[in-house]
Ligand binder design. Structure first.
Ligand code: 5RP
Ligand code: CA
Length: 223
């Protein structure tokens, strides 16, 4: 249930967020960025296995000067164009830049990534609260944490885990900076099936939620 997902997110626990049967059909482990510990990064590496990314609210991205990677790469032949993504022809990917916190050494160990992720959350919070923020003073790019920029209009415009997780953070009243990591199947290398993701959630006492439930609540709030 959506209330359980919001409560878990608020409590700093992982939530398993499946998108849609007609989209990626993937489940991401998601967790609020300001609560992430090095152990959580290890859990995402071991039990998720996908990319560890931090999604941020579009208004924070604008204030912090975070671009879409597809805009930055314009002019390069391989640059992604709208229409390129097979499961979502209307939108482009939410990838922004990749960063390391300036205090990290290589940026990849669990501790380094947790430091970077926590600092991203702090910058997002400060930017939205009108506090002092200076992204360039805190981070260098390229780095080892991928930033995802949620679409303006969130779920009215795009329905990826990027927007779903930021919408959930808004519903939960937490800082809209959320770490997401796809769950892969260690036996066959494919996306973990919905059933296996549900079994993982049950075994570990975690909440599993589908994008449709988030979308239904979003529509209720907007009505
Ligand atoms: C980054 C991705 C993942 O699919 C992630 O879930 C965010 O993307 P989207 O918002 O498109 O679902 O591409 O690893
Ligand atoms: Ca996804």
């Amino acid at each position: 249930m959506i209330e359980d997902a919001c409560a878990a997110l608020k409590a700093g626990k992982f939530v398993l967020l499946y998108d849609f049967d007609n989209r990626e059909r993937e489940t991401d482990l998601i967790i609020r960025a300001d609560a992430v510990t090095p152990h959580d990064v290890m859990t995402m590496r071991r039990d998720g296995g996908g990319l560890i990314c931090t999604a941020v609210h579009p208004e924070a991205a604008r204030r912090l000067g975070l671009p879409f990677a597809s805009d930055l790469l314009k002019g390069i032949g391989a640059a992604e164009q709208t229409g390129d993504i097979p499961y979502d022809r209307k939108n482009h990917s939410s990838f922004s830049i990749w960063v390391n916190h300036r205090s990290t050494f290589t940026g990849i160990p669990d501790r380094d990534r947790a430091v970077t992720i926590n600092a991203i959350a702090e910058q997002v919070k400060r930017s939205l609260n009108g506090g002092g923020h200076n992204f360039a003073a805190e981070f260098r790019t390229p780095g080892h944490v991928a930033l995802l920029r949620a679409a303006d209009g969130l779920l009215d415009v795009r329905r990826g885990q990027t927007e779903l997780s930021i919408a959930l953070a808004e519903m939960a009243g937490t800082t809209p900076a959320v770490v997401v990591c796809e769950m892969l199947d260690n036996d066959n290398g494919l996306a973990l099936s919905k059933e296996d993701a549900q079994a993982y959630a049950q075994k570990n006492g975690l909440v599993f939620i589908e994008g449709q439930e988030v979308l239904d609540r979003w529509d209720q709030i907007k009505a």
